[in-house]
Ligand binder design. Structure first.
Ligand SMILES: C[S@@+](CC[C@H](N)C(=O)[O-])C[C@H]1O[C@@H](n2cnc3c(N)ncnc32)[C@H](O)[C@@H]1O
Length: 260
């Protein structure tokens, strides 16, 4: 596989959709409903870890690319963030929109070319489980980098590539190593709505790290968040899932200093 780890989405009726927008319009309500459950991994693991890595946001402007319904941005505004914007292709946003944020229906692949964002810069730019939908990942990350204020950073999360390797090894009766290095796309039904299948271009860790380098970014911090002991006791089925599939990776990315 090349660094192009973009994702596309197909519907299970065989009506293949080359980009994700149509499928996400159907998926979005189910996704948000699943995310809101008290035992969702987003609630128990991902959002607390993302929030932790973002740190103090007071007075910070934030751009959330692939923002879902905008709920995370609304929380950040409550914590003191200012002049925020969110972009999502599904356009299924909370109403009324939170004061201080513009929620934009659009494609995150070319953020700098969205009319609402032209000329704007931000202190923090987020790709929370959305980066895989960029048509050209290096281009999108470079564009995001160019929209960062001085001392700004990008917070980017991705599914552990091992998860897809384990799932495919289970389905195909193969080994994790074979599937991890396979360049075949992976189609699976989402847990949010089993009528819709996502087809993903798989990636290895080196693919992912090389995309960051090619975009002129360095990793200041990486994290592999886990369930707390208390959450593991309360939700043993979630710990069992994590034991098998690991969860997500979180990266804090900063622009490399220009060569003198
Ligand atoms: C897994 S959800 C993550 C949502 C949110 N960032 C979160 O952490 O809860 C992926 C989101 O990416 C959005 N998305 C998919 N393709 C997109 C695209 N090409 N441009 C913008 N948003 C996209 C979907 O509509 C969905 O809201």
């Amino acid at each position: 596989m090349t660094a192009h780890d973009r994702q596309s989405v197909a519907r299970t009726d065989g009506d293949s959709v080359p980009d994700s927008s149509r499928a996400w319009q159907e998926l979005t309500a189910d996704y948000e409903q699943a995310r809101a459950r008290e035992d969702s991994l987003d609630r128990l693991v991902e959002w607390p870890a993302e929030r932790d890595m973002l740190g103090d946001v007071s007075g910070r402007s934030i751009l959330d690319l692939g923002c879902g319904n905008g709920g995370k941005l609304a929380e950040l505004l409550r914590d003191g963030a200012v002049d925020c914007a969110g972009v999502d292709v599904a356009g299924n946003f909370i109403t009324p929109p939170p004061t201080g944020a513009e929620l934009i229906r659009g494609d995150l692949s070319d953020p700098e070319s969205l009319p609402e964002l032209r000329g704007r810069t931000f202190d923090r730019i987020l790709f929370l489980q959305s980066f895989g939908y960029a048509k050209d990942p290096v281009h999108t990350l470079r564009a995001a980098r160019s929209m960062l204020n001085r001392d700004g950073f990008i917070l980017l999360t991705r599914t552990q590539p091992i998860r897809y390797a384990v799932e495919r090894a289970e389905q195909n009766g193969t080994t994790v190593g074979e599937e991890y290095f396979s360049t075949a796309d992976y189609t699976y039904r989402t847990g949010w709505n089993d009528h819709i299948a996502l087809t993903k271009r798989t990636y290895t860790m080196s693919d992912l790290l090389n995309v960051f380098s090619a975009a002129g970014l360095w990793i200041e911090t990486a994290d592999e968040p886990r369930l707390s002991a208390e959450a593991a006791r309360r939700y043993p089925h979630k710990q069992a899932w994590m034991n098998k599939y690991l969860g997500i990776l979180i990266f804090k990315l900063r622009p490399l200093a220009p060569r003198s």
